[in-house]
Design a protein around this ligand. Sequence first.
Ligand code: FAD
Ligand code: FES
Length: 372
Amino acid sequence: MNALAQQGWIWFSQALTQHSSFSGYFQPLIQLIAPQWSTDAYRAQVIEIRDELADMFTLVLKPKTGLIDQQWPSFKAGQFIELMVEKEGSRTLRCFSISSSPAHYKKTGLIELSIRIQRQGRITPWIREQMRVGSLVNISVAQGDFILPTPLVEKYLFIAGGSGITPFRSMLQQQLLSEETEQRDIHLLYYSRNNQHIAFQQELEQLQNNCPNITVTFINGEQEGFICEQHVQNYCPDYHQRTSFICGPSPMIQQARKVLSDLKVDNSKINFEFFGAAPIEMKSTGQAIVHFQASEKIVVSEENKTETLLEQAEAQGLTPVSGCRIGVCHQCICKKKSGIVFNTRTQQYSDTGSEEIQLCISVAQGDVVLDL
Ligand SMILES: Cc1cc2nc3c(=O)[nH]c(=O)nc-3n(C[C@H](O)[C@H](O)[C@H](O)COP(=O)(O)OP(=O)(O)OC[C@H]3O[C@@H](n4cnc5c(N)ncnc54)[C@H](O)[C@@H]3O)c2cc1C
Ligand code: FES
């Protein structure tokens, strides 16, 4: 359908149903027979659940299960999806990197998510307990820019911590399965808590044996400690020739970035992906006054206490819509009328003008007025 016809179709649908698509209008009816069906997500079926470690499992999913389902577009190795589940009547979403490769999806129509069970988490233990082969879930399109650059450079240093191995598994599998003839030189430093916590160990060892240009160094945190300059220099002496990718718990990412920076690796060659809210790394704000104009509430934030605007709003008893709380789902978008905010995900300051911001990753820098 060309753009004009598409506009016309949306107008026609809106005129008749107040929805931008007929499927949106019929959604409640369709959900009576297909409860997980949704117009704003893609449906996928659980094909297999595989335990990787005592606290980590892989969910094998087949997107597009029925005739009425939309075709799920493909992805790039390293990207993540939002997994939407319905728990106790409320829809919740969580982000997970796709741990299998695009080449594997092309061949089998399947994608894999490898999920660490968070002991006090709301959703990950529930997924492991409640999901069965045949269960249906909703997934988003793949997102994120934790992907290898194009044109591909030749040498990479991957640094993974714990479940942060997942995007790297996808990239390594892609290197093995894709039909590209040119092979990249990859060195993976894989940090685990101890010997019992190394996911995909056999697979990675096999990969290393089959691909001479892939090197995997397993680092046992209990014996060798946290990432440090010596590890990088000893295990990967040509680190300065490589483009680095880091993924794992936030403190590990911060430490790895510092180590590489102290080793004089250029910032432009360091890529990283937080598996949660990014730490707030902004200059001291001094005192900031946030005016929630529509609710007629004013908050004076304490000096040296950095809270996101979402946290500040909630502390005032306001209930703005939110979802992921880490800047991914865009549900918390709100209009800033004036003032400067710091974006914890991009680490950038806004200008002073009116614009839409995400409350969960914005921190007031000085006085801010919000349409909330
Ligand atoms: C881009 C991206 C990609 C990701 N990819 C992956 C992946 O491939 N694999 C993976 O395993 N994870 C991945 N994650 C992380 C994953 O999304 C989170 O671990 C997951 O959302 C946790 O969901 P949950 O509901 O179980 O935990 P939540 O309920 O959201 O809790 C989050 C954390 O808070 C702790 N917590 C919760 N309640 C309490 C409490 N009362 N007291 C103390 N602590 C508490 C939990 O233990 C947990 O560590 C990714 C995250 C992002 C942003
Ligand atoms: S709550 Fe998801 S982006 Fe803010």
